[in-house]
Design a protein around this ligand. Structure first.
Ligand SMILES: NC(=O)C1=CN([C@@H]2O[C@H](COP(=O)(O)OP(=O)(O)OC[C@H]3O[C@@H](n4cnc5c(N)ncnc54)[C@H](OP(=O)(O)O)[C@@H]3O)[C@@H](O)[C@H]2O)C=CC1
Ligand SMILES: CC(C)(CO)C(=O)C(=O)O
Length: 319
C-alpha cells in the first residue's frame, strides 16, 4: 500500500508511526519545513497507551514540507507511482481551496482521499475538487496528543469508521476497501466500513459538540467531565439541543448515542480534547464547524439552542 498523510499533528503522527511498518511507501506532509527536517532527522517518537515507546527513526517514512512538495509537482507530470490513499489529517480551518487543489495534484485516478475531520463542512469543500469522485470520509474516536514536533502520545483507543461521501458515484460506493481496513487493523486501529456515514458523522459531531467545548472552557481532561453533576447537566443540555436539530433534519441517531458519549469520555479519560489542545496552544479551534454548524442549522430551522450559543461564545472569547 502506498500512502500519504497530510498534516503531522496529533492524529497524523499517530497514524504515521503505527502504519509505517505496513506500507510500501509512506509520505508525511508537514506545514513547516522545520518540522519536516526534524522528523527526517529524529523520526516519530510514539508513546503508547501502555507507555510503551516506539520510534520510527531509521525507518522508511518520507517527510516533506507542504510548500516544497507543492512546488515540486504538478498534475501534468503526475506522481510516478501513485498513492493508493491520501489521509487528510489537518484541522477544519486548514482545509482551504489551495490545500484541496494541492491534494488533487497529488492524486491519480486510483487514489482515494480519506478525510478525518471532526465536525461538518469539509465534505463540501473537498468534493468540489474531487475530480475522480473518490472521497472517503472517516470518523475516529482514537485519542492522540502531539507533545512536540516529533513526539506523539496515543491517549485513548477508539474505533474508526470509513465510508463513501454522499456525493460519491454509486460505482465507487460499492468498494469495500478491504485492504485498507486490514492494514489499519494490523497497525492496531479498530476499523469498520460504514454504509451510513451521514449518521456516523452526525453522531461524532454531537459527541464533539458535547465534549470539546466544555473541556476547552473548563480546561479539563475528557474523563473529568463525568466527575461532577454540574458538568453532566451541561453535557445533557448540549446533547438534547443537538438532538432537536438532528430530528428536524430527519437524521436517525442511534438510540445509544448518549451512552456512547459517556463511553468516549471514559475511553479517552486522560485525553485533552483537540479543542482544549487548540486553546492551550493559542490556535483557532474547530468550534465553527462543530457547535457553530449546529447553530447555523438551528437558525435555518427556527430552533433555539441556548446551551450551544453560550459555549460557542465562550470558546470564541477564549480564541
Ligand atoms: N487529536 C485527536 O485525538 C482527534 C482529532 N480528530 C480530528 O482530526 C483532525 C486533526 O486533528 P489533530 O491531529 O488533533 O490536529 P493537530 O492540530 O494536532 O494537527 C493538524 C496538523 O495539520 C497541519 N497542517 C495545517 N495546515 C497544513 C498544510 N497546509 N499542509 C500540511 N499540514 C498542515 C498542522 O501543522 P502545524 O502544527 O505546523 O500548524 C498540524 O500539525 C481534526 O479535525 C480533529 O478534530 C478526531 C479525533 C481525535
Ligand atoms: C473523541 C475526542 C473527544 C477525543 O478527545 C475527539 O474527537 C477530540 O478530541 O476532538
Amino acid at each position: 500500500m502506498r500512502m500519504m498523510i497530510v498534516g503531522a499533528g496529533s492524529l497524523g503522527l499517530l497514524f504515521a508511526a503505527k502504519l509505517s511498518a505496513f506500507c510500501e511507501k509512506l509520505t508525511v506532509i508537514t506545514r513547516t519545513k522545520e518540522q519536516a527536517d526534524l522528523l527526517a532527522q529524529d523520526g516519530i517518537m510514539l508513546r503508547g497507551t501502555t507507555e510503551r515507546i516506539r520510534t520510527t527513526r531509521g525507518g522508511f517514512i518520507e517527510f516533506s514540507h507542504y510548500q516544497d512538495d507543492k512546488d515540486s509537482l504538478t498534475r501534468a507530470t503526475g506522481p510516478v507511482q501513485p498513492y493508493d490513499y491520501i489521509f487528510l489529517m489537518v484541522k477544519q480551518p486548514a482545509i482551504t481551496k489551495e490545500l484541496a487543489q494541492y491534494i488533487d495534484s497529488r492524486r491519480s485516478e486510483i487514489t482515494y482521499l480519506v478525510s478525518f475531520q471532526n465536525g461538518i463542512g469539509h465534505e463540501d469543500v473537498l468534493s468540489e475538487d474531487d475530480r475522480e469522485n473518490k472521497l472517503l470520509l472517516a470518523v475516529t474516536t482514537e485519542g492522540a496528543r502531539r507533545e512536540s514536533q516529533t513526539e506523539v502520545s496515543h491517549t485513548g483507543h477508539g474505533i474508526t469508521y470509513l465510508g463513501a461521501s454522499k456525493r460519491t458515484d454509486p460505482v465507487h460506493k460499492k468498494t469495500t476497501h478491504f485492504l485498507l481496513v486490514n492494514l489499519l487493523e494490523e497497525a492496531g486501529f479498530r476499523t469498520k466500513m460504514s454504509k451510513n456515514m451521514e449518521v456516523r458523522i452526525w453522531s461524532k459531531l454531537i459527541i464533539n459538540a458535547v465534549i470539546n467545548p466544555l473541556t476547552a472552557i473548563l480546561r479539563v481532561k475528557n474523563g473529568e467531565l463525568l466527575e461532577s453533576t454540574w458538568t453532566k447537566e451541561l453535557m445533557l443540555d448540549l446533547y438534547r439541543e443537538a438532538c432537536f436539530v438532528a430530528e428536524a433534519k430527519e437524521i436517525k441517531l442511534p438510540d445509544e448515542l448518549w451512552q456512547n458519549i459517556v463511553s468516549v469520555c471514559k475511553a479517552t479519560s486522560r485525553n485533552h480534547s483537540s479543542m482544549l489542545q487548540d486553546i492551550e496552544q493559542s490556535r483557532t479551534t474547530e468550534i465553527d464547524r462543530i457547535n457553530g454548524s449546529l447553530l447555523q442549522m438551528a437558525e435555518e430551522l427556527n430552533l433555539d439552542l441556548p446551551a450551544h450559543r453560550t459555549v460557542y461564545r465562550l470558546v470564541k472569547a477564549l480564541e
